[in-house]
Design a protein around this ligand. Structure first.
Ligand code: AMP
Length: 206
């Protein structure tokens, strides 16, 4: 199964991808995570792209694609965060074919509400939010370290990311509808209900 998860920032793509990855035993590939790893490792590339991520801008297509290509399995994968525009779709098409595109749809209002309450642990990367608050406010359940807000989760940056989504990523919906591999999932629902919608669809096409 080659699956793409499409959706606005903070729509829950990462959470659903993690769940599906375990349920279906398929690798989860997140371009956001791959790029953040470059930054954490302080590589040359990481240094170049850090300001872009902090501002909510897209990393140039060719750079993201080359990082993705090195990490994309041949057969089964759940791709989260790529493609983000039609040019990236064309690049992806050259190396693989996709079975299903799940769009986790959410309103901007919901996204901004989630951004305000989203914090993560710098040490282990755990993410806390409305649906999963830490046991002790501001402290990671596992590492007991203070939680931080990812620079790209700052409300002003989230607004910029939503604008980028609207201009560049949104046109992919029509593209995939025409290819008849598009599936709408209502991302306003709680995590479990979103999971159910996606699993039901996957069961149908398997
Ligand atoms: P995400 O974790 O998917 O929300 O991605 C976080 C950030 O990584 C984005 O705001 C972009 O700066 C960058 N990024 C992730 N995927 C891509 C992509 N496909 N193309 C360009 N930039 C990306």
């Amino acid at each position: 199964m080659k699956l793409i998860l499409l959706g606005k920032p903070l729509s829950g793509k990462g959470t659903q991808a993690e769940f599906l990855s375990i349920k279906l035993n398929i690798k989860h590939v997140s371009t956001g995570e791959l790029l953040r790893t470059e930054i954490k490792r302080k590589t040359d590339l990481g240094g170049k792209i850090a300001p872009l991520l902090a501002k909510g801008k897209l990393v140039p297509d060719i750079i993201t694609f080359s990082v993705l290509k090195k990490n994309l399995p041949k057969k089964n994968f759940i791709l989260d965060g790529f493609p983000r525009n039609l040019k990236q779709e064309k690049l992806l098409e050259k190396i693989t074919n996709i079975d299903l595109v799940v769009d986790i749809a959410c309103s901007d209002r919901t996204i901004l509400k989630r951004a305000k309450s989203r914090f993560s642990c710098e040490k282990c990367g755990a993410i806390y939010g409305l649906n999963f608050p830490p046991k002790k406010k501001g402290i990671c359940n596992t590492c007991k370290k203070e939680l931080i807000r990812r620079p790209d989760d700052e409300p002003s940056t989230v607004k910029e990311r939503l604008e980028v989504y609207r201009k560049l990523t949104f046109p992919l919906i029509d593209f995939y509808k025409k290819k008849k591999i598009y599936f709408f999932a209502n991302g306003e629902k709680d995590v479990i209900k979103v999971q159910k919608q996606i699993i039901q669809k996957i069961e149908k096409i398997k």
